[in-house]
Design a protein. Sequence first.
Length: 201
Amino acid sequence: MQASDLIDEAAIRDAINGGVIVLDRDERVARWNSWMVSASGFSSADAHGKTLTEVFAGIDLRRLEVAVKAALVSSAATGISHALNASPLPLQTPSGRTLLHDITVSPVIVSQSNLACLVFITDVTMANRREHFLRDQQKARYNAVVESAPDAIMTIDSAGYIQMANPAAVSEEVRALGPQLQELHELFRALHRARLDRGAQ
């Protein structure tokens, strides 16, 4: 028995941690792995022989359709990022949340005169959450440093408007303009703290 005899194509597809869809030259589903079954809610039998627009009826798939045609007609590979296309397909995590994903569409040469198309879907949900968590942590640390800084710190936009001023900066203004602005100073501090609280949520 040769090693090739032990290879089960379906088992390999189902072992892949990502969505595998193979479309024939007519853009109809020829392969649909178990990851896609779980993420889409459609079985392989449900999807087989249908176009993606038939499987995901009512969903705008124009960006994906363009990529599929480019693979089948021009042998061009295309990447579709969640950063520009938040949810190209209506997929869900096992907990029922929206599954953020990137898609790679690649041509598959079946024969000299016959092309198929591989649509590979990568789950980036957890990576996106980690990125947001780290960004929020960094922002909270920055705000804490600015809030406690003894020196005045202000940010001003291109139009010359003050976007942010820390308590030290407000204190300098109050001392320069007089004690009659103490009430404004306290109000500014309260608004600044409220902004920090919202940023930490």
